[in-house]
Design a protein around this ligand. Structure first.
Ligand SMILES: Nc1ncnc2c1ncn2[C@@H]1O[C@H](COP(=O)(O)OP(=O)(O)OP(=O)(O)O)[C@@H](O)[C@H]1O
Ligand SMILES: [Mg+2]
Length: 296
């Protein structure tokens, strides 16, 4: 796993701040030895009336076990299309994807997905929502109760266990959605703008919780966002996509020590560099969408 651990002071047991690298910016991501998700030569073409949309073109991407990778880009650049292909919800038109060496043909329990909309069962309580996947798996009642209690605790939901989704805030509902996916203990977590609808403070607190869970579990996380700041705060690597056709524009390793300080000079230098990359794609998006084009 390529987490940058803080050195711990032996006496105080506190994390020692690490000086940021002199030039944090756009270094290419080096390759590692333990690939988990491998995307090879993937194109995705959607037929549309009068033509086609090339959503993804020539995507080659290797994500290592335990890495936290953000897919970043403006609307329409193919972030969800790529995530859905890794999840097995849709198939590439060309090329292939493997997870742990096995070709992705359909969704599987090794890949949990958290969506932007809180995908909860409205008729079930918080605890029942979390327990659902475990019941499907055939886990025994006592083991389910123990696991649900643990997840409620982890996501600070214990006192809300008997509430229904309609009685929860957006942040709480998203906590439940994360707990549901964690319950299944998939080694891969796929997250499609999971915090996009939340206010800034709730978003930061869930980002911190996610980082804590990631550090504790060693899961591989692929996280879609169009927020540059969110990607720098979270990711080991940021994969910037181009607007139609979606190709990989840059694959950037974020070397900043954790927890990251979004006010630091190094954070802001990276933010400036990334903004230039993403803004160019945003302009292309605006040009195409303003012309009302639906085909490439
Ligand atoms: N089922 C579909 N049929 C036709 N075109 C589609 C389909 N799904 C996606 N597209 C097109 O493929 C392109 C990529 O879409 P995708 O949803 O992956 O973008 P995105 O980066 O996730 O955007 P957003 O940030 O708005 O969620 C877009 O131009 C979109 O209109
Ligand atoms: Mg999307």
């Amino acid at each position: 796993m390529s987490v940058q651990p803080h050195p711990i002071d032996a006496v105080t047991q506190r994390a020692v701040p690490v000086a940021p690298p002199a030039a944090p910016s756009l270094a290419a991501a080096p390759s590692h030895a333990a690939p988990h998700i491998v995307v090879t030569g993937v194109d995705k073409v959607f037929p549309v009336p009068g033509g086609e949309v090339v959503a993804l073109k020539d995507i080659d991407l290797t994500i290592n076990r335990g890495e936290f990778v953000c897919l970043l880009g403006p609307s329409g650049c193919g972030k969800s299309t790529l995530l859905n292909a890794i999840a097995g919800f849709s198939h590439p038109t060309r090329g292939g994807i493997t997870v742990d060496g096995t070709k992705v043909a359909e969704p599987g329990p090794d890949r949990g997905m958290v969506f932007q909309e809180y995908a909860l069962f409205p008729w079930m309580s918080v605890a029942q929502n979390i327990a659902f996947g475990l019941e499907i798996k055939g886990m025994g009642r006592a083991a389910i109760e123990a696991r649900v209690a643990e997840l409620l605790e982890m996501l600070k939901l214990t006192e809300f266990r008997d509430r229904f989704p309609k009685d929860l805030s957006g942040g709480m509902r998203q906590r439940v959605a994360i707990a549901r996916v964690l319950a299944l203990d998939s080694p891969v977590m796929l997250m499609d703008e999971p915090f996009g609808a939340l206010d800034a403070l709730t978003r930061r607190s869930l980002q911190d919780e996610l980082l804590r869970i990631w550090a504790a579990t060693g899961k591989t996380i692929v996280f879609v966002t169009h927020s540059i700041e969110e990607s720098i705060y979270l990711a080991d690597r940021i994969v910037v996509l181009t607007y139609r056709p979606g190709t990989i524009k840059r694959d950037i390793r974020v070397e900043l020590p954790r927890p990251r300080d979004s006010a630091s000079a190094a954070f802001n230098a990276l933010k400036r560099d990334l903004s230039a990359l993403v803004t160019a794609e945003q302009h292309r998006f605006e040009e195409v969408e303003m012309k009302g084009l639906t085909t490439d």
